[in-house]
Design a protein around this ligand. Structure first.
Ligand SMILES: C[S@@+](CC[C@H](N)C(=O)[O-])C[C@H]1O[C@@H](n2cnc3c(N)ncnc32)[C@H](O)[C@@H]1O
Length: 257
């Protein structure tokens, strides 16, 4: 079985994303972004919005949110979820399939966020510099940006449980997700986790399976801060967790334009 790229249309990682993110929630990230951006009514651009976990939560709090994601399988799921929202909430959301290293929306937001490791998917420094330029281009003067990365130490250690099982849908299907292999290359900073995704029917029969590679790249503080400064973004703080701790398994960078 060939390894699929993560969030590929043909795989199960996009379909199972909400199961995984519910099991490993970053407690407090939505409240953190809301506090950062300003009062309800403020505008937020989320780069790498996935299936809309944060887009929807912020819109429910009264923010106007524009979500962009590269993976069609993710943005389509976000769009389906938004269709089911009350009109006053759904009306505050715009979604677009696009690349965070290239988009030009022609407008500025009160806040720009790249949550839950989206920026760590970018493989090389040029792409990461381009994404910082996109952040700066879409931030109003005085606006705030946040980039949530895994702390480099976290990429050298297991990212959580080796196996996760749970319900998938109301029809009684279940999911099983297993980590098959993990590696971290010190020279390149490339972390790779091979995952087996399995869909199981109510009788216990496996109905679909996919093996996929989740790849993250370690991003050094110096690279990030220097790249941000080049684009007119100033570092205001770095947190280790959303509870405000300085040390932790996360690296949450906050910038001001
Ligand atoms: C771990 S998910 C986070 C989803 C969502 N922000 C959340 O917090 O639940 C990372 C997302 O970044 C997206 N992504 C990766 N590279 C991207 C790029 N170049 N442009 C836009 N989105 C990208 C992936 O498709 C994926 O949906």
């Amino acid at each position: 079985m060939a390894n699929l790229r993560y969030y590929d249309d043909a795989g199960l990682s996009a379909a199972f994303y909400d199961v995984v993110s519910n099991a490993y929630p970053f407690r407090g990230d939505v409240a953190f972004y809301a506090d950062l951006v300003g009062p309800a009514g403020s505008s937020v651009l989320e780069l790498g919005c996935g299936t809309g976990r944060i887009v929807i939560a912020l819109a429910e709090r009264g923010y106007g949110v524009f979500g962009v994601d590269l993976a069609p399988a993710m943005i389509q799921r976000a769009a389906l979820k938004c269709e089911r929202l009350p009109p006053e909430v759904g009306g505050r959301i715009a979604l677009m399939q696009g690349d965070m290293t290239r988009i030009a929306l022609g407008r500025a937001f009160d806040g720009v966020i790249i949550p839950f490791y989206g920026y760590a998917h970018l493989a090389d420094p040029t792409a990461r510099a381009d994404a910082l330029a996109v952040v700066a281009r879409h931030l109003r003067p005085g606006g705030k940006a946040a980039i949530h990365l895994p702390a480099p130490a976290m990429l050298r250690q297991p990212l959580g449980d080796e196996e996760l099982s749970g319900p998938y849908n109301a029809a009684g299907d279940g999911v099983r997700i297993r980590v098959v292999a993990r590696s971290f290359d010190e020279a390149t900073g490339r972390f790779c986790q091979v995952m087996d995704y399995t869909l199981i029917d109510p009788a216990g029969t496996v109905t679909r399976r996919s093996r996929e590679e989740l790849v993250y790249h370690a991003v050094g503080r110096d690279e990030l801060v220097a790249g941000a400064e080049t684009c007119g973004l100033t570092l205001s703080r770095v947190l280790g967790d959303f509870d405000g701790s300085q040390a932790g398994r996360e690296a949450i960078y906050v910038f001001t334009r």
